[in-house]
Design a protein around this ligand. Structure first.
Ligand code: SAM
Length: 178
């Protein structure tokens, strides 16, 4: 399968610890391979994501870049397809087939914002996509987008080398350790 990188613009060390962690957890659980943060460099954030990967498995990576422009431009020069999630975009159902067609041939860079998204991002992206034209959250937008793109395969992803697994249960918490 093609790879999916999430670029999260504008992390703020004093305000975004929790939501940026949730961006990474959601990206990982829903089938992305990598998250790149720009904004404030935050080793605590990257460490906490690495700890989750160590415990719950998989090969998900996270790192910091000083420049969102550089991340987008290098993705474009590799021929990746750049999708920017924004409430100002075209609603996902109207462009989902087009995105799926591109994803058959190209890796995906999925750009999500933080507090303020520079206007250049809108023109650098191959497509600006809305998950409704109402304001909500980068975590919600990311989750809905990945579910729509990858379908029910998100429920069967494999996370090799996990130290801990959930045994799904209707009635209680069941955990198995490797
Ligand atoms: N006001 C900011 C701006 O300059 O666009 C957006 C802030 S919003 C809390 C953070 C991010 O959530 C956005 O940059 C976008 O990626 C995502 N987001 C929020 N609502 C969305 C929607 N309806 N559709 C797609 N993405 C959305």
């Amino acid at each position: 399968m093609r790879s999916i990188t999430v670029l999260r613009i504008g992390h703020r060390i004093d305000r975004d610890q929790r939501i940026s962690t949730h961006v990474a957890l959601t990206a990982r659980a829903f089938g992305a391979n990598l998250v790149i943060f720009t904004g404030d460099e935050d080793s605590k954030l990257l460490n906490s994501i690495n700890k989750v990967v160590e415990k719950w498995g998989g090969v998900f990576k996270s790192y910091y870049s000083h420049s969102w422009r550089e991340v987008i431009n290098s993705a474009k020069s590799r021929g990746d397809y750049v999708v920017h999630l924004t409430m100002y975009g075209i609603n996902l159902p109207d462009v989902l087939e087009e995105i799926k067609e591109n994803f058959k041939q190209k890796d995906l860079l999925l750009v999500i914002g933080g507090a303020k998204v520079p206007s250049e991002v809108y023109s650098l992206a191959d497509i600006n996509v809305a998950i409704t034209n109402q304001p909500h959250s980068e975590v919600a937008a990311l989750a809905v987008f990945l579910r729509e793109l990858l379908g029910n395969s998100i429920y069967n992803l494999s996370f090799p080398n996990a130290k801990i697994f959930i045994q799904p249960s209707k009635f209680c918490k069941k955990i198995k350790r490797a």
